[in-house]
Every structure is written in structure tokens, then in C-alpha cells.
Design a protein around this ligand. Structure first.
Ligand SMILES: O=C[C@H](O)COP(=O)(O)O
Length: 393
């Protein structure tokens, strides 16, 4: 399950994001930069007001003159009673020295180390953080207004960050001017939390105050604990819709769909079963047609759509894992990944190698979500006629 972190500046904003369902209330001063620290008295006030109803974190800063200075900043923030203290580091020797110095606080303060996606982060430092007793690591952007997280690191690089955090036992957080369309793209990576400030504020300006409607939008895009009990592929099935459909004659039991597609996407890939194909990039063309459940009402709302970004991301994540032996495996993995999205009903995946002959070779597969009607039969046997069928045998 991925949690929602909302950054706030004062007790009123903390109450607003608490009411909006944020899982982690994060205290920072956006006017002082990406990880600007608030006055410790304000942080203590919020800790007192929230009174353990949610987790609370606070930033201690990201630019320190010496290892002693970073220890002072962290100790001051930890004394407010926050659950986690976030500290930013540069990916150089000075940053590594600060991380080592903070090892002296291991076990006393729950530390989250923040790296910046727009400052060439060195992921090797994650192991050092884990060795020094940090509990988590996070990616954010240092220069706000100069691109979103995904502008600086692509989805395959973010998968590596989350996976490496997991490998060394760190919680993982992703942030950096994230917007609503980024959320469904980042959820499949399963970070511990996604962090937001700008997109939660009036006018999308991180120095403005919190806008309750924007908090609700982001909250709705991140499944909560209740939803997480349900298997991902079935979590967003509209049972009322399916049950109603099940009243119809069998020939009418079709799902109304719309099509989202990615056509003629060409990516150089390491692919092929021959030895000579290893370490060689070959152009591969992808054509993916995805039929999605039609929304039951007219909507301009991010919460109701399936974005073509999710198709492109699925391809990039699979290719980011390394060499692919078979084009068939690639097509099947793409199909499985895209079909796991609850809006998707069926799809056609066509993968073509362009450099093998004077023309193209490839594979086309069609896959369909077959589980839905079976699930309705199981849950509402009287509606689908499954109960009657069973009795008559
Ligand atoms: O920790 C999360 C940050 O506050 C994200 O801020 P941002 O969404 O304005 O980049």
C-alpha cells in the first residue's frame, strides 16, 4: 500500500489535510526551498494538535555547513515529537559525511534521507543510509518550478530507486511537483508514500494555502487501506454496473468500451535470444490498443480515466529490467501489466523488430480480462443465473 504525504506549514493546514485523509502530515516551509525547515515551535504546535491521529514528519533542511550543523538541525526537529525527520543530501562526499555523522542518532531519531532527482542523485548512497540507521529515503526535486519528478528521472529509474530502497530495508518516498496524472503512473512502483505540496495548494502554487478539493482529488487517486484488502485487478470493479449488466440477456452482456492506444512507438531495446543480440540495441516498434470500460458519466476527472502514459510506462518498466530474450515474453509481460489496471477490459499488443530483415518481424497478441463475470457469478449467483444452473444439474 502506498501512503499519501501532504506538506503543510501551520496547524490550520495540518487540520485541512488531516480532514482530507492524508496519511502523513509533513511540516516544512516551502518559502525556504525544497526542504525548508519551519520554526520548531510551529512544528511542536502541530504535533500537539494532531495528537497522534496521523503520522507527522518535518524537514530539517538540505544545506548544512558541517556534519555538526546537520546533527543540531535534526536534534532540534526531533525534539518537537515528530515521528520522522527528513534531511536532504547532496550526492557528493560532503553529503556522505553528513549521512555518516547522523549515524550517531540511529535508534533515537527516525531519519528519512532525501535525494534530489534534478541533482544527479547517486543511488549508491542508499546503502550508506541504511548502514547508518536511517529508516527511509526519498526522491524530491530541488528546483521547484523546473519540472516534475518524471521530467528528471524516467519511470524505469524510479523503479530502480524503489527497488534498491526495498533491498536495503529503507522505506521509499517519491515527490517533486507531482500532479494528479503522475499518481496512477507511480502507484505501480509501490513506493511507501507519494509526497505533495504544490498540487494541493490554491492555484497549484506551493506558497499558497491548502485547497481542500485538490487534497480530495489526490486522496481519491491513491487507494486507502480499505481498498488495499482487495486484489488490485478487481479493486475498482463497479459491482453495481456489473450486476445490472448481469440482468441482461447473455448476448447483451457486453461491456461498453472506449479505446486508448499507443501507436508506432519505437524504442531501441536489448532483445533477442542469439548471443550477438546481447549488448546490442535493436529498434522495436510497439502498437498497443487497449479497450477500457466506458465511464458511466461524462467526466473530465483524472479519477475516471486510463491514461496512455500507463501503457508507455509499462513498456519502459519492463525494458528497464534488462535484456529480453523473446519478443513473445515482452508482448505477454506488457499485456499482463496493462491488464492489471482495473479500467482495462481487453487489449492487443503488437511488437515488431525493425532491424532483423528488410521489413519487420514480430508478434501480436490479444488478451482479455476474463475474471469479471466469473466474479459476479460468485458474488451474485442469483443475478447471473449461476445459482439456477447449479441447481438444475
Ligand atoms: O515532501 C513532499 C514535498 O513537499 C513535495 O512538494 P512539491 O509537490 O511542491 O514538489
Amino acid at each position: 500500500m502506498t501512503l499519501m504525504l501532504a506538506s503543510v506549514t501551520n496547524p490550520a493546514e495540518a487540520e485541512a489535510v488531516w480532514a482530507g485523509g492524508a496519511d502523513i502530515i509533513d511540516l516544512k516551509d516551502p518559502a525556504k526551498g525544497a526542504l525548508g525547515a519551519l520554526d520548531a515551535r510551529v512544528v511542536a504546535e502541530v504535533v500537539h494538535a494532531i495528537a497522534k491521529r496521523r503520522l507527522v514528519s518535518a524537514t530539517a533542511g538540505d544545506s548544512f555547513a558541517s556534519p555538526e550543523a546537520v546533527i543540531d538541525a535534526v536534534v532540534t526537529m526531533a525534539a518537537t515529537g515528530v515521528d520522522y525527520v527528513k534531511v536532504g543530501f547532496s550526492s557528493d562526499e560532503a553529503g556522505a559525511d553528513c549521512i555518516r555523522a547522523l549515524g550517531s542518532l540511529a535508534g533515537k531519531v527516525k531519519l528519512v534521507g532525501v535525494l534530489f532527482a534534478d541533482r544527479e542523485p547517486d543511488l549508491a548512497v542508499l546503502r550508506l543510509m541504511a548502514e547508518q540507521g536511517f529508516v527511509g529515503a526519498m526522491l524530491d526535486t530541488a528546483a521547484k518550478g523546473d519540472g516534475r519528478l518524471l521530467d528528471h528521472m524516467d519511470v524505469a529509474a524510479l523503479v530502480r530507486f524503489v527497488d534498491q530502497c526495498r533491498e536495503v530495508g529503507l522505506l521509499s518516498g517519491l515527490a517533486g511537483s507531482l500532479e494528479a496524472p503522475d499518481v496512477p503512473r507511480l502507484l505501480p512502483l509501490q513506493p511507501t508514500y507519494l509526497g505533495f505540496r504544490g498540487t494541493l495548494c490554491h492555484g497549484r502554487s506551493r506558497n499558497a494555502s491548502i485547497d481542500a478539493a485538490s487534497v480530495r482529488m489526490i486522496r481519491d487517486l491513491i487507494p486507502c487501506e480499505g481498498d488495499s484488502q482487495i486484489a488490485p485487478a478487481e479493486s475498482r470493479i463497479d459491482w453495481r454496473f456489473l450486476a445490472a449488466r448481469a440482468h441482461a440477456a447473455p448476448s447483451e452482456r457486453t461491456i461498453e468500451t472506449d479505446r486508448v492506444f499507443v501507436h508506432d512507438l519505437v524504442i531501441p531495446c536489448s532483445i533477442g535470444a542469439y548471443d550477438f543480440e546481447r549488448g546490442l540495441k535493436q529498434n522495436v516498434r510497439f502498437n498497443i490498443d487497449v479497450d477500457i470500460k466506458r465511464a458511466q458519466h461524462h467526466s473530465d476527472d483524472m479519477r475516471d480515466i486510463f491514461s496512455y502514459d500507463l501503457i508507455v510506462d509499462a513498456i519502459k518498466i519492463i525494458l528497464g529490467r534488462g535484456h529480453v530474450e523473446l519478443i513473445e515474453t515482452l508482448a505477454r509481460d506488457i499485456a499482463e501489466s496493462v491488464l492489471s489496471h482495473p479500467h482495462v477490459v481487453r487489449l492487443c499488443v503488437r511488437v515488431e523488430k525493425l532491424d532483423v530483415i528488410c521489413g519487420m518481424v514480430g508478434v501480436e497478441i490479444k488478451r482479455e480480462r476474463a475474471t469479471e463475470l466469473a466474479a459476479v457469478d460468485r458474488l451474485f449467483p442469483s443475478l447471473t443465473g449461476a445459482a439456477g444452473n447449479t441447481r438444475s444439474h
